[in-house]
Design a protein around this ligand. Structure first.
Ligand SMILES: NC(=O)c1ccc[n+]([C@@H]2O[C@H](COP(=O)([O-])OP(=O)(O)OC[C@H]3O[C@@H](n4cnc5c(N)ncnc54)[C@H](O)[C@@H]3O)[C@@H](O)[C@H]2O)c1
Length: 354
């Protein structure tokens, strides 16, 4: 059985490729190898771009360098596939307001093309969205304690408002492109009978994540801790997410492939995985033995200060649950960063603190 993973050489995509390879699938990664936000991390960009691809090649994954905006190429490569995992995207809010054209063509046109391929070849598809589609109204519902924002009820469900800026928030092009893509997923499911689902992911973290200030905050904080670089928290640091380990995030695709019930699913860690930025930094410091050097900057427009998934739908329908708790997942991430310190621009000896 063959799966096509769009964005397969990205962070989440690489974990999806690995998950399906481990299940004996023939796996094709379809990725244009751009990952624009890498250019601003200061990491060794060329090596980083190839890193996931080389690991996947060694696992026996076929690497196709191509663009989801190229519909003909996509139609060709999806032929013969039994499932599409759509992870390719422009995922960063900062880049979405700097280059809304890139954001629109990647996230809306790209998803439309992937859905068209799924429809033509009659293939089930799950497409990545983000909890950002709910919009910053959630920020108006928060209380705060010493280290985190909190609210009642704790979790937010798929039936809550989406695209709602609230009193003080802004809707960014990323909100618009992800929400538009969701509408197309639903339309293709309802009107054309495509077995299509949207996964609204919370913050995901794990190995092979080259997180920077634009995208991937758990990895960004972890890399900076290991490399002894200062980190910047935008806002108070009480922002909170139910973070999700990459292997768990990838296993949701497997759950959907086994039982492809179209719909929109919140996918996160839920209340057991809640952690604020300040708490996460403290945990990273405890696990690594290094003290993070923390600076604070102004809160960024459009940022969601809080999200915890209500996961009744995904648990009841797809029988999917997250397994890896933050302490375990962050330990794995820190070990991976230490082993690969040269990719970030440092020597592993210095980075390990030894
Ligand atoms: N990482 C998170 O915390 C998180 C949270 C919520 C949602 N998501 C969503 O999950 C998906 C994967 O995110 P990620 O963190 O792995 O991002 P990533 O940037 O690591 O991976 C995306 C991959 O898509 C590729 N790509 C971009 N544009 C492409 C195009 N036009 N054609 C083909 N390939 C293209 C990139 O080269 C990259 O390898 C995205 O849709 C993102 O919005 C991620």
């Amino acid at each position: 059985m063959k799966i096509l993973v769009t964005g397969g050489c990205g962070f989440l995509g690489s974990h999806v490729c690995e998950t399906f390879r481990n299940e004996g699938w023939e796996v094709v990664s379809y990725d244009n190898m751009t990952k624009h936000e890498l250019n601003r991390t200061g990491f060794r960009t060329d090596e980083v771009r190839d890193y996931n691809a080389n690991i996947l090649r060694n696992m026996g994954v076929e690497i196709v360098k191509a663009d989801i905006r190229n519909r003909e190429e996509l139609l060709e490569h999806t032929s013969g596939c039994r499932f599409i995992a759509h992870t390719a995207a422009q995922p960063a809010m900062t880049i979405s307001w700097e280059d809304p054209d890139l954001d629109f063509t990647s996230n809306v046109v790209g998803t439309f093309n992937v859905l068209t391929a799924a429809r033509k070849h009659k293939i089930p598809i799950a497409s990545c969205s983000s909890v950002h589609v709910y919009g910053p109204w959630i920020n108006d519902t928060l209380k705060e304690d010493k280290t985190r924002f909190t609210r009642e009820p704790l979790s937010i469900s798929e039936n809550d408002h989406t695209m709602n800026p609230g009193k003080s928030g802004l809707i960014s092009p990323l909100h618009a492109s992800k929400a538009s893509a969701e509408h197309y997923v639903k339309t293709f499911a309802d009107m054309f009978g495509v077995k299509a689902a949207t996964f609204r992911y919370t913050g995901i973290y794990g190995t092979r994540q080259f997180g920077g200030e634009d995208h991937g905050w758990v990895a960004n904080f972890s890399i900076r801790n290991i490399m002894h670089w200062p980190l910047t928290v935008f806002g108070t640091g009480k922002q909170l997410r139910d973070i999700l380990y990459a292997g768990d995030a990838a296993s949701a695709f497997l759950a959907y492939q086994r039982n492809p019930v179209p719909g929109t699913y919140n996918i996160g860690g839920g209340p057991k995985h809640m952690i604020s930025l300040l708490e996460c930094i403290e945990l990273i410091d405890k696990l690594s033995g290094n003290k993070s050097e923390v600076k604070f900057g102004p809160k960024r427009d459009g940022d969601l200060s809080y999200f915890v998934c209500n996961m009744e739908r995904v648990s009841n329908t797809l029988n999917w649950y997250p397994k890896v708790l933050p302490e375990e997942g962050i330990s794995i991430l820190l070990s991976w960063i230490k082993e690969n310190a040269e990719l970030f621009g440092g020597s592993s000896q210095k980075a390990s603190g030894s």
